[in-house]
Design a protein around this ligand. Structure first.
Ligand code: ATP
Length: 767
């Protein structure tokens, strides 16, 4: 059931009550979902209750039911775990326990529930819903509730939000908490990598995932792991030999660092468990080499919530409350999910049954079915992992075969975290395809100077985790330099070109394509891998580097807020990068729980700012101590950060002081986030394949390359869970060149939610 596009205005559900609780294992992002649910409920005029300790609190009643107000959920969005507690409740598994819970709800006029938990919690909620009528009849017969109560609360309405670090719920591309768990795993691997590298060590890392290998699979993709044991992809029975042979060969090739990832639930084709201890023993017995085991355990559950999880939680929590308040007697209970980067509602029990079917399929050894049930996003990642593990360095004999094609890779624009990861997987895919790849130093300046050098398999070891751009880059574009560029492409016999970078990278390929009529050297397949912190490119929902930057900004916002703790009331005006694109300011504002975000795309004037000031004054007059206002650098040339600071301070009438903070280059980040490593690695693979296919298509019988169709010059984009190519020519019609932004930006639809969550008036539109 896709949620219908509808505008939902303030106080639409006045007089209703809704209870929100967290249940089962905790996960980072649950607090964000709770905050969004509470605030959306208030916005809609209903009374939110928070139930402490999940079903246990519902059964016990009393102080476990807390009436929530706006400030009850202030300053929690960044915290791991759940501030209202979560529990497993045996009593709720029994009808008697559920009857007590029903009584406690009716006593408080509640018959609408938002459940934030895993499939067990959602199953329990559905059973409760089905029994509701009978339970109320019994309570009436026992004289515990009145006839009016019985008649008023005919139905129980339930909506689920899935919080789970394993991403083990079918129907959603991602569950709340999985992205943060990947952050913890990546931090651990980066630490391990430095020590393993120093000592030429083999590390075996166990990650969570008893019933789902999502964490192991993504870790495998982003960690340059040597071997990944994941429940959905059991290794061949001779894995002992294959593993050791791989370690041996890679060691001989000079590789100093070896990482093996084992999911908790990994097994072989016969269903025999593969544990970290078994892997260690195999390596010791066969290679006579010591290895070190690291079991991450609960570290994966905790820590600061990632920006991605915070935003996902905001979107899901808000939508869940709208769904539960919209529900009528015959509405099917739903769970709120992420599909194709959209928040949608799907039937709750259908999704639970699919999840259980996937668990069964795994148990019975039907891995293909389990993967199919997990959906397109999971399947795409599994394919990437398989491709990566199949790709091997060429043998000596293979190296003697002349490479069919020469491809150049070049970076154009400003550095963004993930560029090196994309280059690494591109280089390896190209070598695996049997082609030769040249790295161009310093973008077009280097190309014109003839700074091209062949890249080998081992040249890119360790690149995945590194920020910046190892090949060097700048923002020079090709206009006016076509003859020199053509000369070098001819000299090095470059037959395919991949440009990694931001808006200038796209402009470079577009310009070269438009000059194809004048220069035969430009009639080669070309591709752009979008990589910029600003996320301002057409044809893709995310660019490589934007997630890292978003996390950096969010972290700084957390720090700024915490740093002023205990000091007098203060508002911070924080300026982000992004040029005329307000993506970073908007998303960071949502992730940091900011009060406003001023961007170029949403025009504002001094009256809007005065209204926002009044809103801030109202909040600060209550218990709130800190205010955060984000401003994109290109928001408005006159309403500068300094202007805003003075305006806010003046309007506060002494209630709070105001400071500005221009974030600058720290936003580019030091090391790429797991999200950026993952999309970068997958885009590199996809692009390597695209360019090879296009070269095969464009090869003429006389051996020359003639690529003239618009599809031979494309940009790769992430649209929903898939990677798609759009010709740069088509993209040029979707671009505001003057402002360096796409004409349509998907994230603009999140602006009303940002305003609602910070108490501004706004008409919420369901996704
Ligand atoms: P996780 O993914 O962390 O395991 P979960 O929600 O699946 O989360 P469970 O332990 O399965 O966690 O369930 C949490 C609680 O939900 C249980 O302790 C119980 O109170 C309730 N619950 C689960 N299954 C049922 C059921 N079949 N009937 C009634 N209540 C249930």
């Amino acid at each position: 059931i896709a949620s219908k596009m509808s505008k939902i205005s303030r106080n639409l559900y006045k007089g209703q009550s809704v209870a929100i609780f967290t249940s089962g294992g905790d996960s980072c992002g649950m607090n964000g979902a709770l905050r969004a649910s509470v605030r959306m409920a208030i916005y809609l005029g209903s009374q939110p209750y928070m139930i402490r300790e999940g079903y246990q609190g519902m059964v016990e009643g009393g102080e476990h039911f807390v009436k929530a107000k706006w400030s009850s959920v202030s300053s929690i969005i960044h915290l791991g775990g759940t501030i209202i507690g979560s529990a497993r409740c045996a009593e709720f598994m029994q009808r008697e326990g559920r009857k007590k819970a029903a009584f406690n709800l009716v006593q408080r006029d509640i018959n609408r529930l938002v459940v934030i938990g895993g499939d067990g919690s959602l199953t329990g909620a559905n059973i409760f819903r089905q029994e509701w009528s009978g339970l109320l009849d019994e309570l009436l017969a026992e004289g515990k509730i009145t006839t009016q109560q019985r008649e008023k609360y005919v139905d129980l309405h339930v909506v689920g939000v899935v919080g789970s670090i394993d991403n083990d719920f079918c129907g959603t591309d991602l569950t709340i908490g999985a992205n943060t768990a990947l952050h913890r795993i990546t931090e651990a691997i980066d630490s391990i990598a430095s020590t393993a590298y120093s000592h030429k060590r083999i590390f075996i890392l166990e990650v969570m995932g008893r019933r789902c290998g999502f964490l192991a699979m993504i870790t495998g993709i982003i960690s340059e792991a040597d071997y990944v044991f994941c429940p959905e992809a059991p290794p061949p029975m001779d894995w002992h030999d294959r593993l050791c042979e791989k370690l041996q060969k890679e060691g001989e090739g000079g590789q100093r660092l070896h990482i093996i990832i084992v999911a908790e639930g990994a097994s072989d084709l016969n269903g025999e468990p593969i544990t970290v201890e078994i892997v260690k023993k195999v390596i010791l017995d066969k290679l006579k080499r010591e290895s070190r085991i690291t079991v991450l355990g609960h570290v994966q559950r905790g820590g600061a919530t990632s920006a991605y999880d915070r935003i996902l939680a905001c979107r899901m929590g808000a939508e869940a409350v709208v769904a539960v308040l919209e529900a009528t007697g015959n509405t099917t209970p739903v769970v709120v999910v992420l599909t194709n980067n959209q928040i949608e509602r799907i039937p709750l029990m259908g999704a639970v049954e699919r999840t259980q079917a996937a668990n069964e399929a795994l148990k019975s050894g039907d891995w293909a079915k389990a993967i199919a049930l997990r959906g397109v996003f999971f399947q795409g990642n599994m394919m990437a992992l398989k491709l990566l593990s199949r790709a091997k360095p060429p043998t000596k004999e293979q190296c003697c075969v002349p490479p069919p094609f020469n491809i150049a890779v070049m970076h154009v624009g400003s550095p963004a975290c993930g560029i090196n990861a994309a280059t690494r997987s591109l280089v390896r895919t190209i070598i695996y395809n049997g082609d030769r790849i040249f790295g161009v130093s310093n973008g077009l300046v280097g190309l014109i100077a003839g700074q091209l050098k062949p890249l080998a398999w081992s040249d890119v070891i360790g690149w995945c985790s590194q920020g910046g751009a190892f090949l060097g880059m700048n923002r020079i574009t090709p206009e006016g330099k076509y003859p020199e560029i053509a000369r070098r492409l001819r000299e090095f016999n470059i037959q395919g070109l991949v440009v990694i970078g931001g808006f200038e990278a796209y402009r470079t390929v577009l310009s070269l394509t438009t000059e194809r009529g004048s220069y035969q050297e430009f009639c080669i397949p070309m591709a752009v891998i979008p990589s910029t912190i600003s996320n301002n490119m057409p044809g893709t929902e995310y660019t490589i580097g934007a997630d890292t930057s978003l996390n950096e900004i969010t972290k700084i916002c957390d720090l700024i807020r915490d740093s002023a703790r205990g000091y007098k009331k203060r508002v911070f005006i924080i300026e982000t990068m992004g040029g005329f694109c307000g993506y970073l300011a908007t998303m960071a504002a949502m992730a940091a729980g900011a009060d406003s975000a001023y961007i170029f795309e949403e025009k504002f004037n001094v009256r809007d700012m005065q209204r926002d000031c009044a809103n801030m004054v109202a909040k600060m007059s209550d218990v709130i101590e800190r205010g955060l206002v984000l401003r994109c650098e290109g928001a408005n040339k006159n309403y500068t950060a300094d202007f805003m600071q003075r305006l806010y301070e003046e309007e506060s009438n002494g209630l709070f002081s105001c400071r500005t903070c221009i974030l600058g280059h720290a936003q580019q980040g030091g090391k790429p986030t797991p999200f950026d490593r993952c999309i970068a690695t997958e885009m590199g693979i996809a692009c390597g394949q695209f360019i090879h296919e296009q070269m095969v298509k464009s090869l003429q019988t006389d051996g020359t390359m003639l690529a003239v169709t618009k599809h031979s010059a494309c940009m790769l984009g992430m649209i929903g869970p898939e990677y798609k190519y759009t010709s740069v020519e088509d993209l040029s019609h979707q671009t505001e060149f003057q402002y360096r932004t796409p004409k349509n930006q998907w994230w603009m639809k999140l602006r009303p939610l940002l305003r609602i969550l910070s108490t501004h008036d706004s008409a919420y539109t369901t996704d």
